[in-house]
Design a protein around this ligand. Sequence first.
Ligand code: PEP
Ligand code: MN
Length: 354
Amino acid sequence: MRNWLSNFGLDHPLVIAGPCSAETEDQVVQIAHQLKDTDTSVMRAGIWKPRTRPGNFEGVGALGLNWLKRAKEETGLKIATEVANANHVDLALKADVDVLWIGARSTVSPFIVQEIAEALAGTDKIVLVKNPVNPDLPLWLGAVERLHQANIEKLGVIHRGFSTYEKTKYRNNPEWQIAIDLQSEFPDLPLILDPSHIAGRRDLIFDVCQTGLDLNYDGIMVETHFDPDKAWSDAKQQITPQRLEEITKDLRIRKTTLDQTDYLEKLKALRTKIDVVDEQLLESLGKRMRIAEEIGALKKENNVAILQSKRWNSILEHMITRATEHQLSEDFILKFLKAIHEESIKHQNQIINP
Ligand code: PEP
Ligand code: MN
């Protein structure tokens, strides 16, 4: 399935860029001309905008298709937009849109995906499926399968992160592991990273892109606007075409060259996977410590001793059983838990005797 990517004949990952939303004809055409001088092959612009809350700009609608067509004619860039129902698909196909993507709020609904798949049946356009808003791999795979069943050959996926109730530094938590699992299941399905919706702020875009490339992603989709702060949607995460150019120049792209053997390639990808898991470990440890502190505060209020050996022994017993299920030795898990316990007690002590 990666062959549609090779049709682009690129020696670097595919770059899809353009504004979150098409706003005016001038805006679309001007951005297209600026992108023409970058590594961008496909210009994106949303014309039907799914907004979480009503009352925000909901896109210019079908009118924007003419603007995208003009951008394509003047610059030679391919064009991409989001479709969320059968009517959008019909209009986009009529306007000869080259790449159609299914948004995160549509991927969650098998009814909508089925409707879109039927409207697209047999098309030779490129169709990309964004991950669903919630961290659910089968839902994402299910959408890809529905499109595959509709005989869409040029398929790919876009990783745009997952929403969490808890606030993290990202707008949408990357949960890299989910995309890595998808990649292992469908190694031939092109995987494109959307750092803009993951980051939610422009200063994180470079690092998110670098992690994606280190994990062997096939491309990036970056929201780009000539005046990001004035964009009608997603202003904080958009970057200028000039900044996009700097980013693509500075990114380390792994190429298979003579001195970079298969072994080194694989090692690098595995190391990046380890880094992702380590990051998750740190986050979990931090979370655990914050809860321990809350317990400390509660004990203080109620004048209760910090060390509760009964509780600690039951944690140990439970964790040793669980650890063997994960092929971790008792000796290792005891040392690990002891270190965590000591750190928790330190944190609780700080709360009780500040
Ligand atoms: C978008 O690409 O502008 C968009 C609405 O994305 P998502 O579906 O990932 O929220
Ligand atoms: Mn957006």
